[in-house]
Write a protein that binds this ligand. Structure first.
Ligand SMILES: [Zn+2]
Ligand SMILES: [Zn+2]
Length: 196
């Protein structure tokens, strides 16, 4: 445990009249061993252990929890000079770790009913959705529509691109919408490949 020392020493040195005879490490242990209680107090309500677990699983989970607790202490100690720093307790710290992991590695949900291509969880960056391109100065960045230029031989200025294809595509009315045309063609191309 962070900040603890001598925890491997037996507890039969507890008698206060006996302090003068104890090694320094034991005195330090006795002085700081309250930390062990603090850890248990913090971890217990949020414990991942279950009665049915084998003892070695309990040990493994406890070691993970201890590591998380130590990380929390290090986080609270090293970050407290940052602007807007908020000290986290064990539960809040664990939740923030879970939140960060799930944000970075989203869990693909199993689709109910018949499997459908469109219901599979896909990272946002891989989805064909229009995105307005902005310049560093905050104004929209305008460029030629890829579909207009290559398929229709004309220039149409657009602020949008497809997030997945990274292609500039204009978004017009329902009868003239390169974003739709381009992706319709892409889908039919992919189907053609599957049919081959
Ligand atoms: Zn696309
Ligand atoms: Zn276009």
């Amino acid at each position: 445990m962070a900040g603890q020392a001598g925890s491997a020493y037996p507890q039969h040195f507890h008698a206060p009249w006996n302090d003068g005879m104890k090694p320094d490490t034991v005195l330090l242990y006795n002085k700081t061993m309250g930390g062990v209680d603090n850890v248990d107090k913090a971890i217990k309500p949020n414990q991942s252990l279950r009665k049915s677990y084998k003892w070695y699983k309990k040990v493994a989970f406890y070691l993970v929890e201890l590591s998380v607790y130590n990380s929390m202490i290090m986080y609270n100690t090293t970050q407290n000079d940052q602007v807007g720093f908020r000290r986290l307790n064990y539960e809040a710290f664990v939740k923030s770790i879970i939140h960060n992991i799930l944000t970075k590695f989203p869990v693909a949900r199993k689709p109910r009913g018949r499997p459908s291509q469109s219901r599979v969880s896909v990272p946002l960056a891989n989805m064909h959705i229009p995105e307005r391109v902005m310049k560093e100065n905050g104004y929209p960045s305008k460029s030629d529509c890829f579909h207009c230029k290559t398929k229709l031989g004309k220039r149409t200025i657009t602020q949008f691109k497809c997030l997945a294809c990274e292609k500039r595509l204009c978004i017009g009315s329902s009868v003239f919408n390169c974003f739709k045309f381009y992706h319709d063609e892409m889908v039919s191309r992919e189907h053609a490949v599957y049919l081959c």
